[in-house]
Design a protein around this ligand. Structure first.
Ligand code: NAG
Ligand code: NAG
Ligand code: NAG
Ligand code: NAG
Ligand code: NAG
Ligand code: NAG
Ligand code: NAG
Ligand code: NAG
Ligand code: NAG
Length: 255
């Protein structure tokens, strides 16, 4: 290789390096998985650097365009169905391939779903969700209003939505074990429907999680041509020179 050609190659390599380190939002440009557009505070594993979002919000794109939270305590446990960047919330469904020991055909999570999120920077939206409670390990009356139809075949599993005060229907014994699963209020079709009978659809349609608001500071950053990142446990706005924009920490949320 001639010296001239080598320097041309080197020069273009340097340009490429310069482009990837300084071109502002190119490296965190939105990625897609299925019909989801993935951008700050989410990042797509293998496509965007992890600093493009909160570490806990790193997604893995798996078979047929399904997006999962990468860092769940079980593999492919939480599927992300939708992301609402405008109001800092997203929809997650538990991918239920685990089940109760008592009934392997019953596709119900075997843990209290909200507690699975206690270590993540999210809240289960109280406004957008209600809970579906599953009871088991107790003797339910054969005619109980909460007994589940197939595929939950055993007469020991029931489901209900608690009343406004969190009470179970009167035919649920007090000594049952239980798990609770948040479901979207908007998944309820009408008042005459019994939610417990629709439990499979309700679980599949997921529930709404809220993250602490980032939309305002990230919009302000993008408005200045910057790229939103999350570095050293803090929001950063990276400007087109590849450096943090001045005043990038802190004040944006009030703009
Ligand atoms: C930055 O993002 C904006 C809006 O998404 C886009 O129009 C622009 O081309 C991007 N700039 C670079 C250098 O990728
Ligand atoms: C993706 O498609 C599903 C089903 O077609 C729909 O419910 C959901 O709202 C879509 N999400 C986005 C981000 O368009
Ligand atoms: C955010 O907006 C979406 C779409 O309008 C809605 O379905 C969702 O419940 C909202 N999130 C919260 C936390 O209210
Ligand atoms: C329910 O009963 C099974 C055995 O019948 C037992 O292994 C399990 O620990 C019980 N679950 C709870 C939460 O008590
Ligand atoms: C729950 O209480 C009923 C009677 O009230 C009893 O028959 C049953 O064995 C109890 N079940 C458990 C798991 O303690
Ligand atoms: C179940 O049967 C008992 C006694 O036969 C009756 O008292 C109770 O009202 C019935 N419950 C329902 C939900 O039908
Ligand atoms: C779920 O939470 C309820 C209420 O806090 C508790 O009684 C129950 O034991 C929990 N279930 C499991 C499986 O941890
Ligand atoms: C309410 O929902 C149930 C179950 O989805 C359906 O069978 C019924 O026709 C609906 N009723 C009305 C009035 O829409
Ligand atoms: C969750 O809710 C609590 C109490 O309302 C609030 O202090 C906290 O900031 C919220 N966290 C997130 C991530 O939204």
């Amino acid at each position: 290789m001639s010296f001239k050609l080598l320097s041309v190659v080197l020069a273009s390599l340097l340009q490429l390096a310069a482009a990837t380190t300084t071109s502002g939002n190119s490296s965190c440009a939105p990625a897609t998985c299925g019909n989801l557009s993935i951008t700050y505070p989410f990042s797509l594993s293998g496509v965007q650097p992890v600093y493009c979002g909160f570490p806990a919000f790193e997604l893995t794109c798996a078979d047929a365009g399904r997006a999962y939270l990468s860092r769940a305590f079980r593999h492919r446990l939480y599927r992300v169905l939708d992301i609402f960047y405008g109001n800092d919330s997203f929809v997650v469904a538990v991918d239920v391939d685990s089940s109760y020991a008592g009934d392997e055909r019953c596709h119900v999570p075997d843990f209290n779903v909200s507690t699975g999120f206690s270590l993540l920077p999210v809240n289960v939206s109280a406004a957008a969700n209600t809970n579906l409670i599953f009871v088991y390990n107790c003797t339910l009356p054969r005619n109980a209003s909460v007994l589940l139809r197939p595929p939950c075949t055993r007469p020991t599993i029931g489901a209900y939505v608690p009343d406004g005060e969190g009470n179970a229907p009167p035919d649920v014994p007090r000594n049952c074990s239980s798990v609770s699963v948040p479901v979207r209020r908007s998944s309820f079709r009408n008042a005459s429907e019994e939610p417990a009978r629709e439990y499979k659809r309700l679980i599949d349609e997921g529930f709404v999680l809220e993250w602490s608001p980032t939309a305002a500071e990230c919009d302000a950053c993008r408005g200045r041509g910057g790229e939103c990142r999350f570095v050293e446990l803090a929001f950063q706005c990276i400007c087109s020179d590849g450096r943090p924009c001045r005043n990038s920490r802190g004040k944006q949320s009030s703009i």
